[in-house]
Design a protein around this ligand. Structure first.
Ligand SMILES: NC(=O)c1ccc[n+]([C@@H]2O[C@H](COP(=O)([O-])OP(=O)(O)OC[C@H]3O[C@@H](n4cnc5c(N)ncnc54)[C@H](OP(=O)(O)O)[C@@H]3O)[C@@H](O)[C@H]2O)c1
Length: 219
């Protein structure tokens, strides 16, 4: 698969490592330009590109930048992606430590709905509660007793299935956590956030979530 990854930090870097190892053709971008990604490119075989080029011909585009940087992504950065492409949003709102106050989210808009509005394309919310290091270390073959599950939210069934299939390839089960209107169930501060549980544990944690943001994740 052709995959474009925008953001080459903790999550973007490790997704680049694992997805190239699985044989996918990965283009990866950061904010400073491809000349700053030569080490990651040499390590993984991924193609370092600008954020405007990352989605070209991609079947899956991963947006994995700090939430506050989403509005700075270049206009039209998704133009030229493959027909029916899926966008994965790994983002979280950390108003106190990083992102500052975003009124719409404070007023109750799910974080990924906000991101979707900023980029002008539907997103699938995945990996947002997964420790970056776990992407490298904790993938397991299908059926392994200690295989973790990840919640996946989104409105487009085909895009969601494509993302779930990719996560399965990476070595994790998935749980369909509903549409984006329900995606508050996996935001920071919820029981599922940071969970390393299996399918049953993730289903239970999602069911126990409250739509109220915790104080730690408000500004
Ligand atoms: N760390 C985790 O374990 C973890 C787990 C789950 C979810 N998340 C969420 O996933 C998102 C990414 O987290 P992270 O920890 O991977 O972040 P990070 O390590 O800080 O990396 C952010 C990356 O985004 C790039 N970037 C920033 N602004 C950009 C722009 N305008 N255009 C293109 N690239 C840009 C940065 O490039 P430069 O370095 O060139 O500025 C950097 O490569 C966040 O929303 C975070 O909350 C993180």
């Amino acid at each position: 698969m052709k995959i474009g990854i925008i953001g080459a930090g903790n999550i973007g870097g490790n997704l680049t490592r694992r997805l190239t190892a699985l044989g996918h053709e990965v283009s990866v971008a950061n904010s400073r330009g491809p000349q700053t990604l030569t080490a990651l490119a040499e390590e993984t075989g991924a193609k370092p590109v600008t954020a405007s080029e990352a989605a070209k011909d991609a079947q899956v585009v991963v947006v994995t930048v700090p939430l506050k940087a989403v509005p700075d992504l270049p206009a039209g950065f998704l133009d030229g992606a493959a027909e029916g492409f899926a966008v994965i949003d790994t983002g979280n709102y950390y108003p106190q430590q990083r992102d500052g106050r975003i009124v719409a989210i404070e007023d109750g808009l799910p974080e990924s709905r906000w991101t979707e509005q900023q980029i002008g394309h539907p997103v699938i919310k995945a990996f947002n509660g997964t420790y970056a290091q776990d992407i490298l270390d904790r993938g397991r073959p299908k059926g392994a007793p200690d295989r973790q599950a990840l919640p996946v939210a989104g409105d487009d069934p085909a895009a969601k299935q494509a993302v779930r299939d990719l996560i399965d390839e990476l070595g994790f089960d998935t749980v369909d956590s509903g549409g984006l209107d329900e995606s508050w169930r996996q935001q920071p501060g919820t029981p599922v956030y940071g969970s390393r549980g299996d399918v049953d544990a993730i289903v239970k944690a999602l069911s126990e979530a409250s739509p109220e943001r915790t104080a730690e994740f408000r500004a």
